[in-house]
Design a protein around this ligand. Sequence first.
Ligand code: C2E
Ligand code: MG
Ligand code: MG
Length: 730
Amino acid sequence: MPIGVIVAVAIVCIIVAVLSSAQRADAVSFAIEQQLIRQAMLDHGIRALHVLESVAATPRSIAKIRGAFDPGWADIRIGEWIESYFHGDAEIIVDAHDRIVYKHFVDPAAADAPDILAGLKPAIDLLRGRLSAMPDNGMPVLLDQNPARPGRSTVLFQRFLNKPAYVAAVAVGSDADLASGNSGAPIVLSVKYVADRLLKNVGEHLQLAHLRNIDDPREVNGDSVVDLTDPQGGVIARFAWMPSHPGASIVASILPFIAVALGGFALLVALVMRHMRRTSEEIEAGERQLRHLALHDPVCGLPNRIYFSERLERAIGEVRAGGPTAAVFYIDLDHFKDVNDTLGHHIGDELILNVTQRLSRIMRGDDLVARLGGDEFAIITACASDSYSLQAIAGRIISAVCAPYAISGHNIIIGASIGIAVIDRRANDAADILRYADMALYRAKNEGRNRACIYDAAMDADLSSRKLLEGDLLQAIKNDDLRAAYQPIVNSAGDTIVGVEALARWTHPVHGEIPPSRFIPIAEHSGLIVELGEWMLRRACLDGRNWPGLTIAVNVSPLQFRRSDFVEVIERILAETDFDANRLELELTESTLLGNLETAELSMLRLKAIGVRFALDDFGTGYSSLLYLRRFPFDKLKIDSSFVRSIEKAPDAAAIVHAVVSLGRGLGMKVTAEGVETAEQHLFLRAAGVHSMQGYRFGRPGTAHDIDHRLAAPEEYRVGSPDQEVALAS
Ligand code: C2E
Ligand code: MG
Ligand code: MG
């Protein structure tokens, strides 16, 4: 734009400069032509006077006119002669009393005009010395004539019989006759009209085309015009001619150069513009790319958090404006970090790409799939807001993400937890919706992962109390305020204690006893579980030294297990507490093993090599995948209490427990049943072939003292035979 304006202004300036100089040239030329015409008119007047003087100021004419007037001579030597040699139009002689004594007119009609004398009067009066100033109805041709001493001749350019004409006058007499003035002298006058012929000559001489006399200003036709006026301003003659217009020829001669210059200029501008356009296109493309980079994830190309927030705001606006409801699915991959840490970032990136593809495949085209961070994805989709529809979508997402991945020869399994926040007409801003989804996600993880939770208002209150507890828990670990409870594990008969499971206990100074189901998830979420786990392990080993022959089972959280120094930490604590590794049993859940199977297996093998044993805890609640049982070197399988509870209620549960026990046995593992409360359960499990049992029937979790006491007086804790009890009850 600015360049275009500059170019346009430059072009206009050049054109204006050329046109104004052309105009100026025309104006100068007009002034010169006017001057030339004026001068030519004066020259012709002087010539007319000279012609008249050549005949009227001779001794012969003095004799023939001032003496005895000879009309015949006058006719031949003056009238005829001037007409034929000088094309004079009229010759008149007046006597000393201004009476016409002779007249010769080329146009006979004019000879009788009544105002002849009136036309001659200015010249006569001037010569006679009657005027104090030059006559004001004619233009003096002799510029230095003094009316007080007019001399013997004069010539005026004036109107005569209504036409422009020279009126030349010569007083007749010798020098002596005229020494005292012309008052007594006859005067010879000659009239010559400024007619077409004369003008044609002048025009040719001055190279002025079509120089002519005009009476009517409308005849001008765009030609130049000059008025010759008397001192009063009265027009004597008006001439018109075709102006030479040098400006036009200047323009014509400059034009090609200007055209070439402008052409060059335009070319230059075009080149500059093209260069600029290209540059700006490059910049624009760069900006587009930068914007894309700023709004997309470099690894998988999905929109990033910034873009996601923009779209979320828009989605909220659309729903508020009456559009269909939508929902945010906030997805967190479980164990992605392990894959990254153990197999390297290239495999992690590859995994993210795979997840991206799967998510994109199952979502609709107008849904937004974004990657918000390392292992966090989010989806905005328009959908019904009832929990059935939302869970159906979440189910699709989970099964897509959790199917095994084969990447560069590695077999990888990850989990996914989903928090769902509905966007309805009451939705606040994007930050709130994301917070809701985040809270729901947290709940989903706590409820056992690989599931989805939908946000509800109660979660808000939950979050703030959780935040408070988190701080208190940190304090409790630092202050050694946690305790370890020990629950006995007995043989299948239920009469001998074979081991204990260490369970964390926390008595809050204000809220009292907080169950592990509440504080363990908080510890896992905040990372405190690592310290908590180490504290428990150390405590259990110290206490366990007093109970020779008992296996001490300690729970290990996924976060602990996946730390690269996990094996070293166990070894160090064993060394510090001088505890026999062969009596330590670590309880892992299936979710602990998700992610990178190879590293998990390696850690287990390293610890097994020093005698540590492994139990698969809570079997039956998670994936219950055969893969874990076959692949990992577990020594024990712990059937979850929920299974045990359902034995009496669901007939197929009994069949399943049977199958699980024989599966464990078949794989060479010991099988422990958890949560055994009743004699029926005890009876059934013993019959099914379970090796050991744990549950309130055999003892609740208690202090280390309780275990000491129990070991000292085992008979006090012995339960009755289940057969008898069941028989009695029935
Ligand atoms: P878990 O490892 O499966 O532990 C067994 C849980 O079942 C304990 O709950 C125990 O009190 C309970 N229980 C035992 N017998 C019965 C019974 O007959 N009936 C019923 N209804 N419950 C029974 P607790 O102590 O509340 O612990 C809950 C979970 O918290 C544990 O489940 C474990 O996963 C976790 N946990 C506890 N302490 C720790 C710890 O030090 N580290 C880690 N990582 N997790 C821990
Ligand atoms: Mg356990
Ligand atoms: Mg358990």
